[in-house]
Structure formats: C-alpha cells, structure tokens
Design a protein around this ligand. Structure first.
Ligand code: FAD
Ligand code: UDP
Length: 370
C-alpha cells in the first residue's frame, strides 16, 4: 500500500493536516502515533470514577482567530468556560492572575483601578524592554508580587531562574487593573462539548485517512511507501540528536479520586511557594460534569530523560540557538514538512498549532506537484 502522505503524530498538527489533505486534495494519508491513542497531548479520557480528565495536564482551549474556531467547529460543539484559577501562598488563596481583586487582598481594603495603577507605578522596576521572565514581571508589578507569585513557581516548573527564560514565558500571564479575573484573555474560550478525543475522532474520520497507533516512525519508516512526510515529533530525534539533545521539561501527573463533590474552590490552584507540585487541577469545575465524586490531579515538574515525555520545549536563548541548527538542517530536507510544537520547538498553544497546520496545508496545496 502506498500513501500520498505519511503523517507522524496524531495531535493537532498531524490530524488537521491529514483532514485537510484528505478532504480537500483527495490525498491518501497514513497517520501513525507511537502512543495508543489519538489527540497527542490534548487527549482526554474518563477515569475509573467516570470523571473526564485531560490526560496530559489541563488543556484550556482559547483563540482570537475566527478561522481556527470555525475550522474546529466542523468537528465539535463547544462548552463555554471562563477559566478561573487561584494561587495559594502565605497560607491563603489569592485571586490570580493579578487583578484589582488581588490588589484589594494585598492592601486589605476596597480599592479602585486608579489607585491600583498609581500604586503599581510606584512598585514597578522601570525596564523599557524586558528581556527575560523576571524583567517582564517586575516591570509590570514590582518585586514583591513577582516573589509572591512567579519566582518560585517558575523555578519549580522549569528548573531555571526566570532571568534565563524568555520574557514570553511569564509574559503570557496577564496583569489587569480591572476585575477581570479570567486566567486567559482570548475572545473565544471553550472546551469541546464531548471532549478533545471525540473531536479528534471526527477530524480523523475521513475515509482517505488511515490511523495506526502504537507505531513508531523510527521502526515503521522502512515498511511504508509515501510521497511526502509530515513530521510532528521532536526535531532533534528526527536527526538522531546529531547536534546533541534539545532540552525539554517533563511532568508527572498524580491523580486522586475523592468521595466528595468538589475538593477545591476553583478549577486550578497554583502553588508557587509550597509543595513540590506546581498546581492542582480539578477539571470538573470547567467541564461542568455532575458527579458525587471528584478527581484532582497534582502536577510535578520533572527533568526530561528516558521513559519521560518531552512536554515543554524550553523558551530560552541557549535552547533556541541549538534548535536553530536543527531548523537549518530541516530546511534543507526534501519532501518533509516539520509542523507542530515539538517539530518546531515552540511553546505553542493548541490554536497556534492548528493555525500552523492550516498554513502548511495552504503551502502544500499551492505546490505544483500536490
Ligand atoms: P503533540 O500533541 O505533542 O502531538 C505529537 C504526537 O506525535 C504525539 O502524540 C507523539 O506521541 C507523536 N510522536 C512523536 N514522535 C513520534 C514518532 N517517532 N513516531 C510516532 N509518533 C510520534 N495548549 C493550549 O492551547 N491550552 C492549554 O491549556 C494547554 N495546556 C498544556 C498543558 C500541558 C501540560 C502541555 C504539555 C501542553 C499544553 N498545551 C496547551 C499545548 C498543547 O498540548 C499543544 O499545543 C498541542 O498538543 C500541540 O500539538 P502537536 O500536534 O504539535 O503535538
Ligand atoms: N507562572 C508563574 N506563576 C503562576 C503561573 C504561571 O510563575 O502562578 C509562570 C511559569 O513560569 C509558567 C508560565 O508562567 O510556566 C506560564 O504559565 P501557564 O499557566 O500558561 O503554563 P502552562 O499551562 O503552559 O504550563
């Protein structure tokens, strides 16, 4: 059997490209994944207690792009959610991300946006162009709030000092002087109504798409005949780590089912300064599932190594320089598209990966041979 496209990875990058190529170009696509399920890191499942969990950590879908929302809406209905989280430090819960409610908690009395802005103006460390994750926060809220909420969480999560990480890492967390206490700012925030896995099943349901699970590209590649390869796995692995391994951050998820309706007051509680885990996620708050029991998941950052997943590329100058060497080699590779979070070594959200896949489809569709 010969295919037009061999697609390595059944996450957003691979699934969206398979769907577009199959449905719009009539291409025959084989999607392989070494895991035993589709959906990549966005996969979800029901646990033994019947609670819907995001298998690889909380996945809060959000986007500002109408094109991306409309594209995915062909495969799912949505359950609107305003993602709300809290931060636990100094023995109590704090509103997070920092907003006017947090400011009132800090000063211990009611306040206004004007007073918050004037106070932050005093607390801020003046830095015209923040170059790293410490500078981006202290230039917005000063060192006291940075130390309360960001410094140790970031060290725990990345095992690097925030000064060594790009400004975009902590800079993706909003700071607001109004009462908007949503974790994210994008205009569309929702979860697929029946979950991510059900959505992926529909994306991949086209008759021109064949999916083979528990199939590793490194073992299967000799036996499969294809015209073009779409690779969404780690780029350093594709090139046999020829320039040395890229750094990644891994995680360990520890679920616990409790015989009570809810465990904590919000969908997610962050622990910047206590415990070895960074956060406890209780997804039931977001999915709206009605059950007498609940499952919480504690998330422990871990070093990447054998038997562990490369969950996060590290957004830092040294890692980017090494990635660039691989990217240069990838650019010279004929008949291969490198797409997605691991193949382009970018700390991308789901919608950004969908956008990247749609753009790659447009590019492939414009080629004379396609
Ligand atoms: P992946 O989903 O990683 O899929 C790649 C697939 O390729 C994997 O299934 C892998 O098994 C397979 N593969 C790799 N190598 C091989 C090989 N050699 N052979 C066969 N198969 C292979 N995004 C959001 O928008 N909101 C969030 O709240 C959010 N939270 C996140 C929380 C965590 C803990 C993590 C890790 C990520 C989060 N993301 C979130 C990001 C989101 O997971 C990614 O943007 C998205 O999954 C990337 O899709 P992808 O297809 O590029 O890669
Ligand atoms: N962060 C922090 N304190 C928090 C939440 C986030 O310092 O309470 C920093 C941390 O470096 C984290 C980054 O901001 O890695 C991005 O946070 P986000 O919740 O978006 O991370 P993700 O869900 O991608 O792990």
């Amino acid at each position: 059997m010969s295919y037009d496209y061999l697609i390595v990875g059944a996450g957003y990058a691979g699934a969206v490209l398979a769907e577009r190529l199959a449905s719009q170009r009539g291409a025959r696509c084989l999607v392989i994944d070494r895991r035993d399920h589709i959906g990549g890191n966005s996969h979800d499942h029901y646990d033994a207690a019947g609670v819907l969990l995001h298998t690889y950590g909380p996945h809060y879908f959000r986007t500002n792009s109408d094109r991306i929302r409309e594209y995915l809406s062909q495969f799912t209905e949505w359950h609107a959610v305003e993602y709300k989280i809290l931060s636990w430090t100094n023995g109590r819960y704090w509103q997070f991300p920092i907003n006017l409610n947090t400011f009132e908690q800090i000063i211990g009395r009611p306040s206004t946006s004007e007073e918050m802005e004037a106070t932050l103006a005093e607390w801020r460390v003046p830095i015209a162009e923040p170059k790293n994750s410490e500078e981006v926060i202290i230039s917005q809220v000063g060192t006291k709030l940075y130390e309360m909420f960001f410094k140790n969480y970031t060290r725990k999560q990345w095992r690097r000092d925030p000064q060594e990480l790009d400004a975009s890492v902590c800079g993706r967390i909003p700071v607001r002087i109004n009462r908007d206490d949503r974790y994210l700012s994008e205009k569309f925030q929702a979860l697929p109504k029946e979950g991510y896995t059900a959505m992926f099943r529909r994306i991949l349901a086209h008759p021109n798409i064949e999916v083979r699970l528990k199939t590793d590209y490194r073992e299967a590649r000799q036996q499969i005949s294809y015209r073009h390869l779409i690779y969404t796995g780690p780029i350093d692995e594709y090139f046999d780590h020829c320039y040395g391994p890229l750094p990644y951050r891994s995680l360990r998820f520890e679920p616990e089912t409790l015989q009570q309706e809810y465990f904590q007051p919000a969908m997610q509680v962050n622990y910047p300064n206590d415990h070895d885990f960074t956060r406890i996620v209780e997804l039931k708050h977001a999915t709206g599932q009605k059950l007498p029991v609940t499952t919480i998941v504690r998330e422990y950052p871990e070093d990447f190594g054998p038997g562990r997943e490369p969950y996060y590329p590290i957004p830092a100058p040294d890692a980017r320089a090494l990635y660039q060497r691989y990217a240069d080699r990838a650019a010279a590779e004929k008949g291969v598209s490198f797409v997605g979070r691991l193949a382009t070594y970018r700390y991308y959200n789901m919608d950004q990966v969908v956008g990247m896949a749609l753009a790659e489809f447009d590019r492939l569709a414009s080629l004379p041979s396609s």
